[in-house]
Structures are given as structure tokens and as C-alpha cells.
Write a protein that binds this ligand. Structure first.
Ligand code: 5GP
Length: 137
């Protein structure tokens, strides 16, 4: 896979990590530079994909199920008021490590991390975009 796949090295045990969960298909470990304490990365163990565009449905399902479990654990262990679950896919969406990974981030009332800015559709725009997406599915 990609030269910058540090997560492949973590899977193989060639780099250390703080593992919070592991099963036959997935691994969850602490992000080295957390947005908040407990920020966890959930990855498929298969070293065959880079992101959402080439991960297999089986690995994706296993990875999202582990993310769900981790979200519950963070609520309990870190007393999080909520969690963000997000994924960056490809460079211009902020992906730095070329191995699929889901961020599970504890959030707290008043933590100041904010939300993305939203904007409004122009007249008729939502309908034409909906049609484009529907025909791509
Ligand atoms: P991306 O921007 O690709 O969605 O996120 C990559 C994440 O991986 C970043 O949040 C970064 O802090 C984390 N990261 C990068 N290298 C390492 C590493 O060697 N170990 C761990 N645990 N996390 C890493």
C-alpha cells in the first residue's frame, strides 16, 4: 500500500500504539494528536484499501461496528457529552494517512470545537443536485 501508511505498520506491530480494541477484522487505537482526550481511530486490518472509495463492504461494515462500540465506550469511560464520528477521504478532504480510518472524537458541552459552517441552497439547486446523486447511485 502507500508509503505513508503508518497504520499498516501499527497493524503489523512495527510501530507502537495505544490499542483500545482489536478483533479479527478491525483495530482501534488512540490518535497520537487528539482533538480531545480519548480521540480514537478505528481501522480495518486489511492492508488493501486507502479510503472509502476502495474499502470492501465487509471491512467497512466491520469498521463502522467497531466505531459504534468505541463511541459507547468513550461516552462511558471519558464521560463524553457526545461524540463526533468522521472520516477524511482523499487529500483535499483532509486525509493524511492513506489507510481507511474513522475518527471517534469525544465532545463536551462548551468545548469550543464548534461545527462546520452551513449554507443555503439557491432556488431549484437542491432538486437538481438530488437528481445527480440519485442517478450516480
Ligand atoms: P486524517 O487527517 O488522515 O484523517 O487523520 C490522520 C490521523 O492520524 C491524525 O489525526 C493524526 O494525528 C493521526 N496519526 C498520524 N500518525 C499517527 C501515528 O503514528 N500514530 C497514531 N496513533 N496516530 C497517528
Amino acid at each position: 500500500m502507500a508509503d505513508n501508511c503508518v497504520f499498516c505498520k501499527i497493524i503489523r506491530g512495527e510501530l507502537p500504539s495505544f490499542k483500545v480494541y482489536e478483533d479479527d477484522k478491525t483495530l482501534a487505537f488512540l490518535d497520537i494528536h487528539p482533538i480531545s482526550a480519548g480521540h480514537t481511530l478505528v481501522i480495518p486490518k486489511a492492508e488493501t484499501a486507502r479510503n472509502i472509495f476502495d474499502v470492501t463492504p465487509e471491512d467497512w461494515m466491520a469498521t463502522t461496528e467497531t466505531a459504534r462500540k468505541v463511541a459507547h465506550a468513550l461516552e462511558k469511560a471519558m464521560h463524553a457529552d457526545g461524540v463526533n464520528i468522521m472520516m477524511n477521504n482523499r487529500e483535499h478532504a483532509g486525509q493524511v494517512v492513506d489507510h481507511p480510518h474513522i475518527h471517534v472524537i469525544p465532545r463536551y458541552k462548551g468545548d469550543g470545537l464548534g461545527q462546520w459552517q452551513h449554507k443555503a441552497y439557491k432556488e431549484g439547486e437542491a432538486n437538481s443536485i438530488k437528481e445527480k446523486i440519485r442517478s450516480a447511485l
